[in-house]
Unconditional design. Structure first.
Length: 179
């Protein structure tokens, strides 16, 4: 099970800098957040469908630790460059082939898009859902003048049957008009 504190600890010495998290059941997650998060699909696909726009990745920081590669990212809509998702994926590089590894490490595409484009046999497994009160860094990344509650999830991506990726994904708060 991906641990929230483990994933956030890769880039934050204090979780409060990112936000405060309350684990919730899917039934407690309002729409459109439930549709965006409570599934076993790639978030890249979910946010592109929801926003009717492809997304680009911006890698804010990354690190290698042995066979593991982690990055702190945001996804932007290509349409208007609006940030739609914050994420921290942690990938076991031994579980993907050289070509996939090179493309991931180039940091030019969302991780989900790389796996899809290379037809890597994958299964996304939802772990937990969270209500998130953004902290200072998440508010800044989402461009919020004041913190607005949002939702996120932890998940695993299995590649060829092996747990290759641990994920934390938080969707940007939506205004009622965007629902």
């Amino acid at each position: 099970m991906p641990a929230l504190d483990h994933l956030t600890g890769l880039f934050y010495s204090d979780l409060v800098e990112l936000g405060t998290f309350e684990e919730v059941l899917a039934e407690a997650v309002p729409q459109p957040y439930r549709r965006l998060l409570a599934h076993h699909e790639h978030m890249t696909v979910a946010v592109e469908q929801h926003h009717r726009s492809p997304v680009d990745v911006e890698v804010i920081s990354s690190k290698h630790d042995g066979d593991y590669y982690s990055r702190k990212i945001v996804l932007h809509r290509k349409l208007d460059k609006q940030v739609v998702l914050f994420g921290i994926p942690r990938l076991n590089l031994r579980l993907v082939d050289d070509e996939v590894r090179r493309e991931i490490l180039s940091e030019n595409k969302p991780l989900g898009r790389v796996l899809i484009d290379h037809n890597v046999l994958r299964e996304v497994q939802l772990a937990s859902l969270y209500r998130v009160a953004p902290g200072p860094d998440l508010s800044r990344l989402f461009g919020l003048a004041q913190p607005l509650a949002t939702y996120g999830r932890t998940a695993f991506i299995y590649c060829d049957g092996y747990p290759a990726v641990e994920l934390l994904e938080i969707v940007a708060p939506e205004s009622p008009l965007e629902s």
